[in-house]
Each structure stands twice: as C-alpha cells, then as structure tokens.
Design a binder for this molecule. Structure first.
Ligand SMILES: [Zn+2]
Length: 119
C-alpha cells in the first residue's frame, strides 16, 4: 500500500460529505465558496488515524465559517464543528444550520439525535 500518504479525503468521500450536508454550509447554510473542514485537525505530519479523512470527521462549510472556526474555537468545540482529541468525531454531536444536532457516521449518514444519545 504505497499510496497510503494521501493528505486529504478522496473524491468519493468529498461527494458523500457534500450530499450529506445538502450542498450547503453546515454553520450558516450558504451554498457559495464551499470547502471541506476537518473537525479534528490533521495535525503535523499528516493523518495517522484512518478516520481523519472519513465523512464523520468532515463538514461542508463556507470559507467564511472555516475561518470563523479558527477565530472562535470555544464555540466551535461546543457546537461540534471542531473536536478536540482524544474525543472522536463519531461521538460528538454537530450543530447544523437548521438548529438541530446530529451524530455523523463514517459512511455519510447524518442521524438526528434522540434523547437517548449519550455524550
Ligand atoms: Zn458558512
């Protein structure tokens, strides 16, 4: 497996994220200037964990919100837009522009939360 050192998600995963998030920024809902945001940073030296470039660690966001996350880390962690190690992106709820919070899975499913979800 020589091609192991890819630094970003595959096109398949990007398409999955785009579809899951409805082609709109997760935070503000715009459909312009969209990019893929990593909830857990890739960190120095690239990704070691397989999930770094899987759908549940990725959000479709606009470039404005992507910059906002960096300027407002506390609120970003609260909303699940950023995730701090050792927490896993599969375990942290994400707030969407519709005001609901969702759990994301590696296969691109966005599950609406129910009361039984443990944090
Ligand atoms: Zn936005």
């Amino acid at each position: 497996m020589k091609a192991r050192r890819r630094t970003g998600p595959t096109d398949v995963v990007k398409a999955l994220v785009y579809d899951r998030d409805g082609g709109a920024c997760v935070r503000c809902g715009t459909r312009e200037h969209l990019t893929i945001h990593h909830r857990v940073n890739r960190g120095m030296g690239g990704a070691r964990e397989a999930w770094i470039n899987q759908a549940h660690n990725l959000l479709l966001v606009c470039t404005v919100c992507n910059g906002w996350f960096e300027d407002n880390p506390r609120q970003s962690y609260e909303a699940g837009w950023k995730v701090r190690r050792p927490e896993l992106p599969s375990e942290v709820l994400v707030r969407y522009a519709d005001g609901h919070e969702y759990l994301l899975t590696p296969d691109g499913v966005r599950a609406a939360t129910v009361a039984a979800v443990a944090r």
